[in-house]
Design a protein around this ligand. Sequence first.
Ligand code: HEM
Length: 562
Amino acid sequence: MISRLTIRRLLERHHVGCQALAIRSMQSQHSSHREWNKQQQQQHTRHKHQALATLAGFGAGVALWLKYNHQEAAAASLESEDNESIGKYGARRKGLPEYNLDDVSKHGTMQDRVWVSYRHGVYDITDFIAEHPGGDKILMGAGGSVEPFWTLYAVHKNDHVLDMFEKYRIGNLAADDVGASVKNMSDPYGNEPRRHIALKPSSKKPFNAEPPLALLVDSLITPNELFYVRNHLPVPEVDASTYELEVCDEELQKEKVFTLKDLKKYPKHTVTATIMCAGNRRSEMTQVKPVKGLSWGQAAIGNATWSGARLCDVLRDLGITDGKTDALHIQFEGLDTDPAHMPYGASIPIEKALDPHGDVILAYEMNGEPIPRDHGYPIRVIVPGVVGARNVKWLGRIVVSKDESDSHWQQNDYKGFAPSVDWDTVDFKKSPAIQELPVISAICEPLEGQTVGVKNGKVNVKGYAWSGGGRKIVRVDVSSDGGKNWQAADVLECDGARHPQAWGWSIWKAEIPVPKSKLEAQLCAKAVDSQYNTQPENFENIWNLRGVLANAYHRVNIKLAR
Ligand code: HEM
């Protein structure tokens, strides 16, 4: 039994020529670029006023607000710098043969060798396809222009990607065909939500950003506006009054569609849970050797209260309970889709979903408010203790299945590898998808390079610590001499935190003696969870090509003002 909804989605996905259709529909959905820019400017002005109120509400002062106000300008100039620098790529090059789009279209398969065009350039990317960090998605552009796709996956508009791409250059595109594929195409990111100016973007399209570290540990609960944002695609605009969540069991051939009102009829369950990106602290791992991925600092993590219906209650109503199903996985699909209508997707083991103590919820509230658009309005599945990537936002479909999600983000991303594995030798099938995250901590105050006042021979240090799988933080050790001597910090935990349901992080503080007569010190932090797991000493031994699971001791070098 397959519903109208499933049939519609399947048809959409496999419809011949769906890429062109999707792009055309994106074009018609959004207002012109100029209008969009104007709206953004107005939003920013309104936002400045809101920022003041929000920061004040969380105990940070006007001075701090002013400090972060400058980041808006910095971020804007970062974007224009990006644009200027990428202008040099795909330019016409003397001495290369000329091809038109018809010639390119004859190279849409591996057998014919795969060609693509970008601005004035034609490229043969056959030998790069197996190495592509974005997996098979690269084939969507085979035999045509990559530009409409890169408007969506703007991670490509970066020097490190374009430098590499230019190496596959084989020709110039005929002048008449240049820009044809993006003519009249408006920005698929033209309808993004407003964002707090304090968020520091590591990519703007899709929007990915983290709050300033010093604000992160102001309170145990991270304010919605300052919660890090990790998007893979444009934020969908979902109308709560017509929203439908489809839940189906592949094996039992059962399915049911829930409206938001239906989900709100279930007992409201509230959990305080930390969500962290698998790439949190990647920028530190990158210092050992470059990795491919967004350069996150230490704040791609946040802690909130989430309320909604328990997934196990919803599944029970479909007759799916422990022992009554052969299914092994629960797959989640978002309403955010790529040009081929493929949604963002992920899955979790069924045991976690059916466990009433696993606290997996179909959340409609974040910190007592409807979930903001950037965080999954109207429904986000919250899978406490599990990597952020499986906490799928804008949830559109749940599938009870014998198989894991076949999504790119489950199969070819968010996996760990040995330090020896590189892009020539990587086999994504050999590593399991990351679920529960390992123990981690970070120093949020003082910041790297900061000059810190020494009082009675001591400095104040503050940070967060968290472990996946509901493992409680039992201790945080802090050092001021690079890890030779340690002192236990005072740890403040979330209410009711107890193993194995300690889903929320802990904030810790320490007043630690610094070496006498020195003008510099290296602070270190490491946490210990309730299973006595602790953090590795350095990044060299845990380096991996995707830069995930970056949980080595956090080290911060400071100057001492005596
Ligand atoms: C239709 C064409 C293409 C599509 C749809 C596509 C899609 C993607 C996706 C989905 C990702 C993962 C982004 C994430 O982690 O969220 C990615 C990453 C990447 N792609 Fe592509 N890609 C295309 C063409 C190419 C080409 C032609 C090249 C270069 C020759 C390339 C190089 C890369 C690189 C280097 C990354 C990693 C970037 C980073 O994380 O810093 N892609 N791509």
